[in-house]
Design a binder for this molecule. Structure first.
Ligand code: NDP
Length: 451
């Protein structure tokens, strides 16, 4: 039996209730098979089994008081997955679906993603089943304070640096950082995604969406193509989706879709810069629903359906797809419909948005397919740039950060292409990203001996 299969089987047996974690481990490890031959030293040191086990995982109680005076209890998690190449680094997710398995899948992905950025960051992830939707600002603040009351003892600028993810944007980072600063009595770069006034970096809010679009542009360029006049489908309407729309517009493409968990809107005329600003205001300030876009701009609205369902059912032509909502949002049936409708490029802004069936369909049909750990690494890369600026007590200009982001995305793309080729898998971004991300971490783990 192969080492890889043994490890996958063991993960499934040990934690049978963590399907998303199994999916992420299987997807990565299966592509690492050729490294077992090329690097017998990794096998000897049992790196494959060691890398799927987090360094440590915290699970804690978060009691807080709602506006009616009722005591509510939520669950908090922080999984410190791997710090071989730098301090643990990865976002916090606030969403009712959060459980240990989901945080482990995200933390595991983060290890390889952070390695790919070329910056010295290990991988971690955290979150809670608290749902900020429909809560008052006061409730969100009290929850964030209660969450930080436990989290503070596990994090630090040289140890573990959280950031945002689903349900955690500028407002939440402000409350979390403010409370950390208060109870630790120190103003350090312990979180990224901060506002500019208190240590944030220019371009951090835009970075994941911009980076995903830059990555897609690099993939397109390998076939002599670009975004000009292309029809683009984007899912989600949050942080990643908003700035993917902005960048696609700047590169000359036409975005025709967005969604939230209640509805999908289709705007055949294109979500231009002005409409994009409206979405940013609607979601980040008014905290409204995407359906309101359809009311304002008289576009089509499909309640209870995902972007990918609507594209399939309506037979909408799409050149490029950027899934930017959540894991497993795009399945095999919808992937086949996308390909049938002309889609030839998929870059993942979200983490693991395509199911294994969908990935197979993209690869079999020669679609340019950029997996999340490569395509959405611009967010954490710019968080790394925020950490550098915090350490140096300096702020770089917008142009400087954006240029560095672009260079990092180009370098990730190059590293995927070259690694895939070196392993005889030309054009396979999944294999390229996984092996390139893994090799650096594995070498560092080897250097430390058995620790
Ligand atoms: P946000 O919370 O800002 O936005 C998420 C968006 O996706 C919301 O519009 C949300 O709708 C929608 N959504 C969530 N679940 C579903 C669902 N089941 N069906 C349809 N729509 C859904 O999160 P982000 O934009 O930050 O994150 C989006 C994805 O990108 C996640 O996978 C995240 O892990 C990944 N990512 C984020 C990074 C970042 O820097 N923020 C970095 C790298 C990856 P609703 O408002 O109704 O919940």
């Amino acid at each position: 039996m192969s080492v890889i299969k043994d490890v996958i089987d063991k993960v499934k047996q040990t934690d049978p209730d963590q399907p998303e974690f199994h999916q992420a481990v299987e997807e990565v490890l299966e592509t690492l098979e050729p490294t077992t031959k090329r690097h017998p030293e990794f096998v000897k040191a049992n790196i494959y089994e060691r890398i799927v086990e987090p360094e440590r995982a915290m699970h804690f109680r978060v009691p807080w008081v709602d506006d009616k005076g009722k005591v509510i209890v939520n669950r908090g998690f922080r999984v410190q997955f791997n710090n071989a190449i730098g301090p643990f680094k990865g976002g916090l997710r606030f969403h009712p679906s959060v459980n240990l398995g989901i945080i482990k899948f995200l933390g595991f992905e983060q290890v390889f993603k952070n390695s790919l950025t070329t910056l010295p960051m290990g991988g971690g992830k955290g979150g809670t089943d608290f749902d900020p939707k429909g809560k008052s600002d006061g409730e969100v603040m009290r929850f964030c304070q209660a969450f930080m009351r436990e989290l503070f003892r596990h994090i630090g600028p040289e140890c573990d640096v959280p950031a945002g993810d689903i349900g955690v944007g500028g407002r939440e980072i402000g409350y979390l950082f403010g409370y950390y600063k208060k109870i630790r009595n120190e103003h350090t770069g312990v979180l990224t995604g901060k506002s500019l006034e208190y240590g944030g970096s220019l371009v951090r809010p835009e970075a994941t969406g911009y980076g995903t679009t830059y990555f897609a542009a690099e993939m397109l360029a390998t076939r002599g193509l670009d975004f000009k006049n292309k029809i683009v489908a984007i899912s989600g309407a949050g942080n990643v989706a908003q700035y993917a729309v902005e960048k696609v517009n700047q590169l000359g493409g036409k975005v025709i879709t967005l969604c939230d968990s209640s509805a999908t809107i289709i705007d055949e005329k294109g979500i231009d810069a002005k409409k994009c600003d409206y979405v940013i205001e609607l979601k980040n300030v008014k905290r409204g629903r995407i359906k309101e876009y359809a009311d304002k701009y008289k576009s089509a609205c499909f309640e209870g359906m995902s972007v990918w369902d609507v594209i399939r059912e309506q037979g909408i032509k799409v050149d490029i797809a950027l899934p930017c909502a959540t894991q497993n949002e795009l399945d095999g049936i919808n992937a086949a419909a996308l390909v049938k409708n002309g889609c030839y490029c998929v870059a993942e802004g979200a983490n693991m948005p395509s199911t294994p069936d969908a990935v197979k369909i993209f690869q079999e049909n020669n679609v340019l397919y950029g997996p999340g750990k490569a395509a959405n690494a611009g967010g954490v890369a710019t968080s790394g740039l925020e950490m550098s600026q915090n350490s140096m007590k300096l702020s770089w200009t917008r142009e400087e950060v954006d240029n560095r982001l672009l260079l990092i995305m180009k370098s990730i793309h190059k590293s995927c292409i070259e690694t895939a080729e070196a392993y005889g898998r030309k054009g396979d971004y999944v294999t390229g990203a996984n092996i390139a991300g893994f090799t650096k971490v594995a070498r560092a783990m080897l250097a430390y001996g058995v620790v």
